[in-house]
Design a binder for this molecule. Structure first.
Ligand code: DGL
Length: 287
């Protein structure tokens, strides 16, 4: 029997650079897949906006990706997932995967004392999407959610401040985000959560894995930090396998990057840092 395959690209998007932390895991898990990434830098941040407004952006970007011929879309943004995943799944024929459910699953698997913290943007926390997704999997878990909007700003700032690939940022030894002014903000946000005796903290925004060293330094080693990137990449792999829609192993993957921002060169330079990979094909896109 002939094996089915599909060499069409996977579409991935975020409000900015954060979604590249998810794309990185997808590329690791599925190295033969072509990808098209959209970074909506012109409208970043999404977090302070209303869910309705972000839902509109999700519809627009999914339509643009479908036009690019993608076979599957990953909403690599928690805010956009909370605001528009269900609506987009109803609108478009291609499968669409969000990051909230995978993150919730990872947290449920990790917690021992069943006290889970969630940090995310204002819109994501307001939507209650994580608390619902976690309790859907285990109704006995207590979820403590806190909006930490300034972390998006700090993450984007750090990308601009440091040289070198972001692995260096994420490592425990990274000093990029360990600055008194950032630590003070992190302590203000995270101390109340620490006092709730959580053993697991969901990084409920795709920008936050960049701040692992800063966040981990405040909550301490006994709290496990969970992000959805790896779990989402696993979901994508399974979904494509099930549909017989993986790319052929001999397929030479193409990587396209589209930004709504005005500075394509900057997107290319900073994005490569998060992705730890050259971003050769970067273009602007008007939505
Ligand atoms: N990276 C996005 C998320 O996962 C949010 C960043 C923003 O506020 O635009 O929620």
């Amino acid at each position: 029997m002939e094996t089915a395959y599909d060499n069409a690209p996977i579409g991935v998007f975020d409000s900015g650079y954060g979604g590249l932390t998810v794309l990185r895991e997808i590329v690791r898990a599925l190295p033969h897949e072509s990808t098209v990434f959209v970074g909506d830098s012109a409208r970043c941040p999404y977090g302070p906006r209303s869910l309705d407004e972000v839902d509109g952006f999700v519809q627009q970007i999914c339509a643009a990706l479908v036009e690019q011929g993608v076979k599957l879309i990953v909403i690599a943004c928690n805010t956009a997932t909370a605001a528009g995943l269900a609506h987009a799944q109803r609108t478009f024929a291609v499968p669409i995967v969000g990051v909230v459910e995978p993150g919730a699953r990872a947290a449920v698997r990790m917690t021992r004392n069943r006290k889970v913290g969630v940090i995310a943007t204002k819109a994501t926390v307001g939507s209650n999407a994580y608390a619902e997704a976690i309790r859907h999997l285990d109704a006995g878990i207590t979820v403590f959610s806190t909006a930490t909007p300034r972390f998006v700003e700090i993450a984007e700032m750090g990308i601009r401040m440091a040289e070198g690939p972001i692995e260096d940022f994420i490592s425990g030894a990274s000093k990029v985000y360990i600055r008194p002014e950032f630590e003070e903000i992190a302590r203000d946000y995270l101390e109340p959560l620490r006092r709730c005796d959580i053993d697991t903290l969901v990084l409920g925004c795709t920008h936050y894995p960049l701040l692992k060293a800063l966040i981990g330094g405040v909550v301490g080693r006994n709290v496990t930090l969970v992000s959805s990137a790896e779990e989402t990449a696993r979901d994508v792999r399974e979904l494509l396998e099930r549909r017989g829609a993986l790319a052929q192993s001999a397929h030479e993957p193409e990587r396209t990057f589209l930004t709504t921002g005005s500075d394509v060169e900057e997107f290319c330079r900073f994005g490569a840092r998060v992705l730890s990979m050259e971003m050769a094909d970067v273009r602007s896109i008007a939505l």
